[in-house]
Design a protein around this ligand. Structure first.
Ligand code: GLY
Length: 354
């Protein structure tokens, strides 16, 4: 296994439990996109135009999350911070709401559970929302988990299942001596496999509620605010994750402009956030693909290499279904039909993608 992010660790854990001998290579386990990610399990709020097959996979994986979380918490003894209050999607201005309503109509057309709310119902649910917020909807099935705890739990569970960790960077597939090599290296998969995975930068902030208490709201809030898109993820610990920029670049610098845009949108939606401590500002690199969907399956011409990467904005929510499908492929050699839209051979060799 190359890569000790959530996907690599979950596949390693599952494979070890199926009786395979698993070695995980990573010189900095858990230091990739998952260390920055907010942990939204949001198949509905993140169902975008033209991504039907990806949306179906997100829905399937989100449905597996409660069982996966319970099993992992039991195997590791770690509380994953899995919370099920749901997500409010809100619009600040009439323009913001127009854009949001168009997406809700699309999502409802797919049969996804998103329910518009009257402004009064919105405020009954979250009094911390700014009076300026014009309207919103609830995606009750869109939940959250803490990705840092997820990685910690997976490492413990994997170790307990017999997985061996090697703190080494793999620069080429020839460096790995294994019957099957799984590449779950996020953006690093491009150099190892030639697949079109590109870094997509995201800046994320972490705030802390004053007085050591929990944040003043309980739902995940995904907001459109004067044309900016932002999400606010409250944790029991008092932390609020504010994310994220989406930038087509490969550096991990935190910029004043990025922080300004995130904070401005955040406090427009929930004014009390101005009183919160700014604890962390960080940037990570999502492993993006040409169609925004993950790359899952056997590498063309290399029956000994299985790829599980390119999860872009959805690595955390897609962890359970990826682990199940990829483990099954490794153990049986037979690809589940659900993998068909996501195989590595779906991209033509030309043009050069990244
Ligand atoms: N899924 C949230 C993000 O990528 O920012």
């Amino acid at each position: 296994m190359v890569g000790a992010g959530p996907v690599g660790l979950a596949v390693a854990w599952r494979c070890a439990r199926r009786g395979l001998r698993v070695v995980v290579y990573d010189d900095r386990p858990g230091s990739g996109a998952s260390a920055v990610a907010a942990g939204m399990l949001a198949p509905v709020a993140e169902a975008y135009f033209g991504e039907h097959e990806l949306t179906a996979l997100l829905v399937e994986s989100a449905a597996r999350w409660p069982g996966f979380a319970a099993e992992l918490a039991e195997a590791s003894g770690v509380d994953l911070g899995h919370r099920t209050e749901g997500t409010l999607v809100v619009g600040l201005t009439a323009d913001d709401l127009t854009e949001a309503r168009r997406l809700w109509a699309y999502q409802q057309g797919l049969g996804l559970p998103i329910t518009p709310l009257r402004p009064s119902a919105l405020r009954d649910r979250e009094p911390a929302l700014a009076p300026r917020v014009r309207g919103g909807a609830v995606a009750a099935g869109d939940h959250q988990v803490d990705p840092r705890r997820l990685v910690a739990a997976l490492r413990i569970a994997a170790e307990r299942a017999g997985v061996v960790f090697r703190p080494a960077r793999v620069g080429a597939l020839s460096e790995v001596d294994a019957r099957i090599t799984v590449v779950a290296a996020g953006c690093g998969a491009a150099a190892l496999t030639g697949l079109p995975v590109r870094p997509v930068k995201g800046q994320v902030l972490r705030l802390r509620a004053p007085g050591g208490g929990p944040p003043g709201f309980r739902h995940v809030i995904r907001g459109y605010a004067d044309g900016e898109s932002v999400y606010l993820v409250p944790r029991d610990s008092g932390e609020v994750v504010v994310g994220a920029t989406v930038e087509e670049r490969a550096d991990t610098e935190v910029t004043a402009g990025g922080v300004l845009r995130l904070l401005r949108a955040a406090v427009e939606l929930v004014p009390e956030l101005t009183e919160y401590e700014l604890v962390e500002a960080v940037a990570g690199l999502r492993p993006g693909t040409p169609d925004n969907a993950p790359i899952l399956g056997t590498l063309p011409g290399r029956p000994d290499v299985v790829v599980a990467t390119g999860h872009h904005r959805h690595g955390i929510v897609l962890t359970p279904v990826t682990a199940d499908l990829v483990t099954e492929l490794i153990v049986t050699g037979e690809p589940d039909p659900a993998l068909a839209p996501f195989t590595p051979d779906r991209f033509p060799k030309e043009p050069r993608w990244n």
